[in-house]
Every structure is written in structure tokens, then in C-alpha cells.
Design a binder for this molecule. Structure first.
Ligand code: COA
Length: 278
């Protein structure tokens, strides 16, 4: 197991059994995202994305929060004091790592252990899957301090939540718990806090057994085809599969062989054994 991060580091991470556990690490500030945290997160993603020991990334938080959103002091007030250039730079740094996470090479799971507010919806949406503690609280708190939910947060709720619920959530600023977030499909599911990491590990184990090239092609396809016509999606998917074949020439042949010739598994029920080659 590799471990890095200490009390001074606003992002902590360790690698364990193919999983990179990355944690917002400013618990005293409820893991709000400062410019320093955003720069550090970008560097951590950089270090992990093509790391041979990493098959999947989990994003969690230290302490009682997942992330209380943007740091109102360091991200908003102090950068605004620095003028438009400073504001744009802070936005580039935040949006940059969220974008990077959306298209991350490995599958990603948000493990939402606690508070998740405002700007936190950016990395929440960026993760492919999201599992929350039932006790976690989600809120678009921007309206409560006098701004609109920016930094993608409005887009996130518009994409994921039914319109009436998204409107109510954004206009009232009322937080909801993990159960309601799951009912709205803001997250995949909610489990009791003491079951959260175990449930994330179960899902991770399922994904780690799959062909990693196929996982990347599939997660990108799910995001891309949402904005395509049927015909464009059909064409994109043909080309995406052919591109995947370039990076993994044998995988699908082995999957077919184990089912058709060897009859050692059923693709309808589980993945082929990647450890065995032809
Ligand atoms: N930005 C900057 N600082 C924040 C912060 C944020 N988004 N969220 C929490 N903090 C800081 C507090 O200022 C406080 O700092 P201090 O100890 O130096 O006074 C510390 O974190 C603890 O916060 P506190 O409010 O005492 O914690 P709590 O557990 O009682 O409440 C929250 C947690 C998340 C409900 C509350 O902190 C909150 O409402 N935060 C703002 C959420 C928000 O609007 N985010 C959207 C930003 S886009």
C-alpha cells in the first residue's frame, strides 16, 4: 500500500488493492475547495491516472464533510480581490480538475461521506458512480448567500434531477439527505454511514474484474452519446469500439473464447477471466 498526504496536505491518498482512495483533506474547513486544494487535486490526479497499481479511483472526504463546496474566503473573496485575471485563474484550476475527473482513464466513484454543497456538485458529477451515506447532506446553498449555483452546479442538477425537484432544490437552498439524493438519482444509492466504504469496495471489485479498455470506452460513451442524435451515436460507438480494439487487440477474443469454446463463464452473468490468455 502506498500512502501519501499529511496534516499539511489538502489532498490525501493511498493505493490499496487496485483502488486509489483520494480524500479531500481540509476537515477543519469542511473540505471546501481552495485554489491550493484545486491545484493539489490536479497534481494528484496526474500522478494516479496512469499509475500501474490503480484500476479505479474513489473520491472521499476526511472528517464530517465530503466537500462544503468552494471556499468562500479563499476561492471567492480573496481571488475577487485580485481582479478578473485571478478569478479566471481560480476557475480554470477548479473546472480543470473536475473536467479531468469526468474523462479520467479509470472508473471513478464518489464516496459521499458527509456534507456536499454547491461547487461540490462539480466533482460529484465528474465521478462515474456516486454512493452516499444516508446521513450525508446535499445542498445548492448558493441562493442562501446570494448567488446562482455556478461552476456547473446548475448544469449538474438539470442533467441529473427531474426539473421540478431541480428547481425547488436550487431556489430554496434546502439541503436533502443521502436517501433523497438517491431517490432523485443525484447519486446511485445511499447506505448507512457505517456501510459506506464496504459498499464502495463491493462495487469497485466488480469493476476491477472488467476489461479496463472497455471500461474507459464505455464510461466515455455514456457521457458522449447523451448529446448526440441516434445516428451520430451509432457512428460514434462503431468508431469508439474500433479505437478500443487498437489499445486491446485480444481482450474481446479471449472473452469470446472462454464462453464459446471453453464454456467457463456466461457473459450474461459475469466477466471473463482476464488473468488467462489464449
Ligand atoms: N468556505 C469556506 N470556509 C468554510 C466553508 C466554505 N464553503 N464551509 C465551512 N467552512 C469553514 C467555516 O468557516 C469554519 O471555519 P472556522 O473554524 O475558521 O470558523 C469551519 O469551516 C467549520 O465550519 P462550521 O460552519 O463551523 O461547520 P459545521 O459542521 O457546523 O457546518 C456546513 C458545516 C457545511 C453546514 C457549514 O460550514 C456551511 O454551511 N458551509 C458553507 C457551505 C456552502 O455554502 N458551500 C457552497 C459554496 S459554493
Amino acid at each position: 500500500m502506498t500512502t501519501t498526504g499529511n496534516g499539511d496536505d489538502c489532498v490525501a491518498f493511498n493505493i490499496e488493492d487496485g483502488i486509489a482512495w483520494v480524500r479531500f483533506n481540509r476537515p477543519d474547513k469542511r473540505n471546501s475547495m481552495s485554489p491550493k486544494l484545486n491545484r493539489r487535486m490536479d497534481a494528484v490526479l496526474d500522478a494516479l491516472e496512469f499509475h500501474d497499481d490503480v484500476g479505479l479511483l474513489v473520491l472521499s472526504g476526511e472528517g464530517s464533510a465530503w466537500s462544503a463546496g468552494m471556499d468562500l474566503k479563499e476561492y471567492f473573496r480573496e481571488t475577487e480581490a485580485g481582479g478578473l485575471g485571478a478569478v479566471r485563474q481560480a476557475q480554470r484550476e477548479a473546472y480543470g480538475w473536475w473536467r479531468r475527473l469526468r474523462w479520467f482513464q479509470k472508473p471513478t466513484i464518489a464516496c459521499v461521506n458527509g456534507w456536499c454543497f454547491g461547487g461540490g456538485y462539480g466533482p460529484l458529477y465528474a465521478c462515474d458512480l456516486a454512493i452516499a451515506a444516508e446521513e450525508a447532506m446535499f445542498g445548492l446553498s448558493e441562493i442562501n448567500w446570494g448567488i446562482l449555483p455556478g461552476g456547473g452546479a446548475t448544469k449538474v442538477v438539470s442533467d441529473l434531477i427531474p426539473m421540478r425537484d431541480a428547481m425547488y432544490h436550487a431556489l430554496t437552498g434546502e439541503p436533502v439527505d443521502g436517501r433523497k439524493a438517491a431517490e432523485w438519482r443525484l447519486v446511485n444509492e445511499a447506505v448507512p454511514r457505517d456501510r459506506l466504504e464496504a459498499r464502495v469496495r463491493e462495487i469497485a471489485a466488480v469493476l476491477l474484474a472488467k476489461n479496463p479498455i472497455a471500461l474507459k470506452a464505455t464510461k466515455d460513451a455514456i457521457r458522449r452519446v447523451r448529446e448526440m442524435t441516434y445516428d451520430n451515436a451509432e457512428d460514434y460507438l462503431v468508431r469508439a469500439q474500433e479505437a478500443a480494439n487498437f489499445h486491446d487487440a485480444q481482450g474481446r477474443h479471449e472473452g469470446l473464447r472462454q464462453f464459446i469454446d471453453e464454456k467457463s463463464y456466461k457473459p450474461g452473468l459475469a466477466a471473463y477471466d482476464r488473468a488467462r490468455s489464449i
